[in-house]
Design a protein around this ligand. Structure first.
Ligand SMILES: Nc1nc2c(ncn2[C@@H]2O[C@H](COP(=O)(O)OP(=O)(O)OP(=O)(O)O)[C@@H](O)[C@H]2O)c(=O)[nH]1
Ligand SMILES: [K+]
Ligand SMILES: [Mg+2]
Length: 347
């Protein structure tokens, strides 16, 4: 049996199993097993080219946004509208066959927008382009899930599933759990909050399932069993996501209103140029870029040429943003903080 079939089997068993206190333990075991198989899926399998790696497009600019969606939702149309790059668009599916980078210039930042081939259900398990698309999504600072407003709402869930399967966690923060492996001493499990979504027994079962018999675990958040497995596997990517509904020119006002009210969602029409400026503004907000201006002693700062960095950037990142060699000779810096964005940069 291949890994894909094993995964399917476990998923079916999980679906069959009723969720209650008595089955929590069993479900925990299944989840651990499932996560292990999925991890295997991502490992290179053959000598002929590494499986699970993305398209070979250089990251450039201050941040990368990946366009993920079913075929023909209008990804290439969007790229052609908001960047100077033209990507082929057509009414047939799978028009785009590789990653096409374009650049959005906005508020002094250069943001790379990656047009990607459309994906369908099962992309994360396949060996072909779908796998490459989801692997590329993993390298993005923001994922735009693009949807056709005229099509089924189900598409959104299917795409989320495919991204989840390769370890991408959308619009989530890393669980607040400290996990340390040791060589002896058994398991020390501490919690600072009451666990309502999982319990100690399940946690211990999962640790045993991973043959982790010596470790320190400190749980500081009311996590789920899945989130605990994420911590153990450690290779999860926590990436912000915007849901973009295109082709609103083809739906009723009533439908439009419903879509627009969903969290993290933007409604647009590429064809009729509706809401595209607002989309760029929202993408910029989601990236939480911080602009750093450099200043010579006794002079005003140069406001024309900022160094753009992601939220959480350090002084070292600023140095590296200016020149690779700067950080080795760097002794101290003076920092003035202007208007802070929603989430502040830490220095
Ligand atoms: N009605 C309407 N049609 C649109 C809109 N945007 C794009 N389209 C049409 O949708 C079709 C597919 O557009 P593409 O940009 O090729 O879609 P894609 O997502 O890149 O497709 P693949 O590369 O095949 O995955 C084309 O016929 C476009 O003209 C829109 O806002 N409204
Ligand atoms: K198309
Ligand atoms: Mg395309």
């Amino acid at each position: 049996m291949g890994i894909a079939e094993k995964i399917k089997e476990i998923e079916q068993e999980m679906a069959r199993t009723q969720k209650n206190k008595a089955t929590e333990y069993h479900l925990g075991l299944l989840k651990a097993k499932l996560a292990r198989y999925r991890a295997q899926l991502l490992e290179p399998t053959t000598k002929s080219g590494p499986a699970g790696t993305g398209f070979d497009v250089q990251k450039s600019g201050d941040a990368r946004i990946a366009l993920i969606g079913f075929p023909s939702v209008g990804k290439s149309t969007l790229l052609s509208k908001v960047t100077h790059t033209a990507s082929e668009t057509a009414a047939y599916e799978f028009t785009t066959l590789t990653a096409i980078p374009g650049v959005i210039e906005y508020k002094g930042a250069r943001i790379q927008l990656l047009d990607l081939p459309g994906i369908v259900e099962g992309a994360s398990q396949g060996r072909g382009r779908g796998r490459q698309v989801v692997a590329t999504a993993k390298t993005a600072d923001l994922i735009v899930i693009m949807l056709d407003a005229t099509k089924s709402e189900e598409h959104r869930r299917l795409l989320e599933y495919e991204l989840d399967a390769v370890g991408i966690r959308l619009n989530k923060t890393k669980p607040d759990v400290v996990f340390k492996r040791k060589t002896t001493g058994g398991i020390t499990l501490n919690t600072t909050v009451k666990l309502t979504k999982t319990d100690e027994k399940t946690i211990r079962t999962i640790l045993a399932g991973y043959k982790l018999h010596n470790c320190d675990v400190m749980i500081r958040e009311d996590i789920t069993t899945d989130e605990f497995i994420d911590v153990l596997l450690g290779n999860r990517k926590y990436i912000p996501c915007l849901y973009v509904y295109n082709k609103i020119d083809a739906i009723s006002l009533e439908q439009l209103d419903k879509l627009a009210r969903q969290p993290n969602s933007v409604v647009i029409s590429c064809e009729m140029d509706l809401n595209l400026d607002y989309l760029i503004e929202r993408m910029w907000d989601e990236l939480e870029l911080v602009k750093v201006y450099t200043k010579k002693r006794g002079a005003h700062p140069d406001l024309t040429d900022p160094v753009c960095l992601r939220k959480g950037a350090t002084i070292e990142d600023v140095c590296n943003g200016i020149h690779r060699s700067l950080v080795t000779n760097f002794r101290y810096g003076l920092v003035w903080v202007g208007r802070l964005r929603r989430n502040r940069a830490s220095y």
